[in-house]
Design a protein around this ligand. Structure first.
Ligand SMILES: [Zn+2]
Length: 352
């Protein structure tokens, strides 16, 4: 294992960011290579815990001669966000300096244009340099996994239709409860990787066998526990074994049995008015259209001061917000439905 650091100079004097990168050299040049990063949204730490244990396993595998393809691991990808404590809370999602999401505004280039990501490097902001360096590193691999988490959430992933159903092996290896099939039309890290992979040569490819770009949502932000992280690391190991990145004679593939639904089928349940949230249903619950899922206390103590929020469609509650006060229009839940829930969705991601 080789440990190095991405070093990014800060936007003010005296600041320097360091991002540890772990690399394993594969024994078989024909084996697929993998790039795995965690905590690009710096406050989403289940992936960092997972990679801590996966790195232990990979070092053992290296000693046993079981690393077949090159593997690059960045367990804590965003030191800029990690340092942004604001009134006692980490702001790990948005760069305070530019108010941009750390997982948006990745440059979209074709695979052949990979090196252009580093053009005019010194004149770019620290957050932009971080994004470009991570993307440049990732585009050197065949399989790219970006580990995130949701607020309160089941295990699920956003997977571009170009990599489906081949990527069902990842969904089964990580015991995902749902897969959201995305259109890849935004500027998240995974979408920038997918954009490049779909443009390996000339025209945009509809499907890209042997490659993968995925955003894994490793449950909720508080789901950071030793047994869970070890279990997820075992799952990721099984995925790598199935793809031939590592050698594991004991590996057995298992089918994925959960739902895979297009983003148009995700019902984003929003608060129609501001209020204190009383949830009646939890993540993992199956609901029917019309079921009461939350009560909003909009005018406490007053007659008629509550508002019922019901499910619009039959489906599986995949995520729930952890805040118990909702502003008007805040997202309360994502429900994975069996039918399209809307026709007006803009291409790209569900959230800002
Ligand atoms: Zn995230």
């Amino acid at each position: 294992m080789e440990r190095s650091e991405i070093i990014i100079g800060g936007d003010t004097a005296g600041i320097e960011w360091r991002v540890p990168v772990f690399r394993f050299k594969g024994s078989d040049s024909a084996a697929p290579s993998a790039y795995i990063q965690a905590a690009l949204h710096a406050n989403e730490l289940p992936g960092t815990a997972l990679l801590h244990f996966l790195l232990e396993g990979l070092q053992k595998a290296e000693a046993d001669g079981a690393i077949r393809g090159d593997i690059t691991v960045v367990p804590q990808a965003n030191p800029i966000g990690l340092a942004q404590y604001h009134f006692g809370e980490m702001e790990g999602r948005f760069d305070l300096g530019s108010r941009t999401n750390f997982n948006r505004d990745f440059p979209l280039v074709a695979l052949a244009g990979r090196d252009t990501l580093l053009d005019k490097f010194e004149s770019r902001s620290a957050a932009d340099r971080l994004k470009r360096t991570l993307l440049h590193t990732a585009l050197g691999a065949d399989l790219v996994l970006d580990l995130h988490c949701d607020d309160e959430s089941l295990q699920y992933a956003y997977i571009d239709e170009a990599f489906w159903p081949e990527a069902a092996d990842l969904a089964s290896a990580l015991d995902m409860k749902a897969v959201f099939l995305s259109d890849g039309e935004s500027t998240a890290f995974e979408e920038a990787v997918g954009h490049a992979f779909k443009r390996q040569g000339g025209d945009k490819l509809k499907s890209v066998p042997g490659r993968l770009a995925v955003t894994v949502e490793l449950r909720g932000r508080r789901d950071v526990y030793p047994d869970m992280a070890r279990h997820d690391a075992d799952g990721l190991w099984a995925f790598l074994a199935g793809r031939g990145v590592v050698a594991d004679p004991a590996h057995e593939a298992k089918p994925y049995a959960g739902p895979a639904v297009p983003l148009d089928n995700i019902e984003m349940v929003k608060a129609p008015e501001p209020g204190t949230v009383l949830f009646h249903r939890d993540i993992g619950d199956e609901v029917k259209a019309g079921d009461l899922i939350a009560t909003l206390i909009v005018r406490p103590g007053e007659p008629g001061g509550t508002l019922a929020v019901t499910a619009g469609h039959d489906g599986l509650i995949a995520t729930r917000c952890s805040a118990r006060y909702a502003r008007r229009g805040d997202d309360l839940m994502k429900i994975a439905c069996r039918e399209a829930t809307r026709r007006d969705r803009k291409p790209g991601t569900l959230e800002d």
